[in-house]
Design a protein around this ligand. Structure first.
Ligand code: SF4
Ligand code: SF4
Length: 122
């Protein structure tokens, strides 16, 4: 499940802990997130069904991420479709998740192969 920013939700510990109802993993994630976001996060707040789901997401994805609302407003599936790719918000995700960068770069490449820019055609 590729998110708007290229992160694969199925590899996120919060998503995995939710799917498996794994309270031990939730406790570990809550400790890491508390340190990362500078606020106390309880294990029961570690609950995520994925970036595109209608349910609750992890604290960053649910309340802090600027990327999801931006893509929704632009009515695009991922940032790879955006003319501002790579903007500073997306660069922040890429800084900690190289796999997200690889995924969106590859989507962008695929899309330019199937829709070549007529201005750059020989
Ligand atoms: S909510 Fe934002 S940071 Fe989280 S996976 Fe979705 S686009 Fe990426
Ligand atoms: S401006 Fe474009 S690249 Fe940046 S977050 Fe919004 S959709 Fe993604």
């Amino acid at each position: 499940m590729t998110s708007y920013c290229g992160i694969n939700c199925e590899e996120c510990e919060a998503f995995i802990a939710t799917q498996n109802q794994d309270n031990h993993l939730k406790t570990q994630v809550a400790k890491r997130w508390s340190a990362l976001y500078g606020r106390q996060i309880k294990p029961e707040e570690v609950f995520c069904k994925g970036c595109r789901s209608k349910g609750t997401q992890g604290i960053y994805c649910h309340t802090m991420c600027p990327i999801k609302p931006c893509c929704r407003e632009r009515q695009i599936e991922t940032c790879a479709e955006c003319e501002k790719f790579v903007c500073k918000d997306l660069q922040q995700v890429f800084n900690f998740c190289n796999d997200a960068k690889k995924k969106l770069m590859s989507l962008k490449e695929q899309s330019s192969r199937s829709n070549p820019d007529p201005d750059n055609e020989p």
